[in-house]
Design a protein around this ligand. Structure first.
Ligand code: 2P0
Length: 355
């Protein structure tokens, strides 16, 4: 007689995060250990997030994964690392209603199916891997009843994608690079929760939703191998910026926050340009957005808006409050009038501004 089959499922959602002090460059490619600390803001999960459902069943012959409805190979190593680390920590699970009893050693033999959706463009430089891998680790942990704290989970998510370790927490988050060779102290800590500085409004101007040409992983590898500027950035510039940024966040000092954020975005892109062959993530529209913000901030005498760009041309704009955000939207729409059928190219961090 065949055994009765069952499926156990868990679903989770994780937002993406935007770095204000950037991670760029690894000292260990396999463990994903960075060359410097970084600091980010985690977005509100209603807007840019990944939703993942994981299922385990004795009827699954292998581990499989679908991203936005399309099956992807799990053999890449990174998903496997996360899966392996969570499996190691799996505990007994009992679901009386369904009559399911799983012993912790059973998890070694049970295969999983993973389905993940992003509610925003994948791999367009909007940190889709951060949301996706954080969500995967979190949801697998839920399914397998793991009991680790968030620091430990962030360290596992880091092995899926560096920036993912920061999406385990909401609010303002620091990824401490750590000193150990085994990565045991390279994990995220929360600097302040989401309510700490809720005047800030984040607006994401999607300049292009096309997939980027140079992946972050290969781009930062080339930078580590060829950019003399990266050493200076990682050893001399970032450590003092991290301290200043922590203070700015603690004191809700928008002026310092904005100056540091813009300067660090610009240095990250300078390091990309210093790579051989050079990497161009921003385009003319990105440069025009920078000029618009710089001129405005200069004319006000004190910064109103901070900009930051990741591995793509899209602008992340952080306004000091809702009033400034409304003015910013007006200026953006005036300078870049939406084309017909193009209104969705303005994805807002705070939708209510439009209504
Ligand atoms: C960041 N970025 O701090 C920086 C700024 C892009 C620019 O983290 O190889 O996708 O998976 O560790 O995390 C993008 O890098 O790269 C990134 P991997 P990841 O957000």
């Amino acid at each position: 007689a065949t055994e009765p089959q069952w499926v156990l499922m868990a679903t989770g959602r994780s937002p993406t995060n935007i770095a204000v002090i950037k991670y760029w460059g690894k000292r260990d490619e396999t463990l994903i250990l960075p060359v410097n600390d970084s600091i980010s803001v985690t977005l509100d999960p209603d807007h840019l997030s990944a939703t993942t459902t994981v299922a385990a069943s004795p009827s699954f012959p292998s581990d499989r994964m679908w991203l936005n409805g399309k099956e992807i190979a799990l053999s890449g190593g990174r998903f496997q690392s996360c899966l392996r680390e969570i499996r190691k920590r799996a505990r007994d699970v009992e679901d009386e209603k369904k009559g399911i009893k799983i012993k912790k050693e059973d998890w070694e033999k049970l295969h999983v199916h993973i389905a993940s959706y992003n509610n925003f463009p994948t791999a367009a430089g909007l940190a889709s891997s951060a949301a996706g891998l954080a969500c995967l680790v979190f949801t697998l942990g839920k399914l397998m009843n793991v009991n680790e704290d968030y620091g430990e989970l962030s360290s596992i998510a880091r092995q899926g994608s560096g920036s993912a370790c920061r999406s385990i927490y909401g609010g303002f988050v620091k990824w401490c690079m750590g000193k150990n060779d085994d990565g045991s102290d390279s994990m995220a800590v929360q600097l302040a929760d989401e309510s700490h500085w809720d005047d800030l409004v984040i607006i994401i101007a999607v300049v292009s939703s096309k997939q980027k040409e140079t992946s972050s992983t290969s781009g930062m590898r080339d930078t580590v191998e060829t950019s003399p500027l990266l050493q200076y950035r990682a050893q001399t510039v970032v450590p003092s910026r991290i301290l200043k940024m922590e203070d700015a966040i603690k004191n809700r000092d928008f002026e310092s926050f904005a100056r540091l954020t813009c300067a660090d975005s610009n240095q990250f892109h300078a390091v990309c340009l210093d790579t051989s062959p050079p990497i161009f993530y921003m385009n003319d529209t990105s440069h025009r957005i920078i000029s618009l913000v710089e001129k405005w901030n200069h004319s006000e005498g004190t910064p109103q808006v901070a900009y930051t760009f990741d591995a793509g041309p899209n602008a992340v704009l952080i306004a000091r409050n809702r009033k400034t955000a409304t003015l910013l939207l007006q200026r953006l729409l005036y300078t870049f009038p939406p084309q017909k059928n193009d209104l969705d190219s303005y994805m807002l961090g705070d939708k209510s501004i439009l209504s």
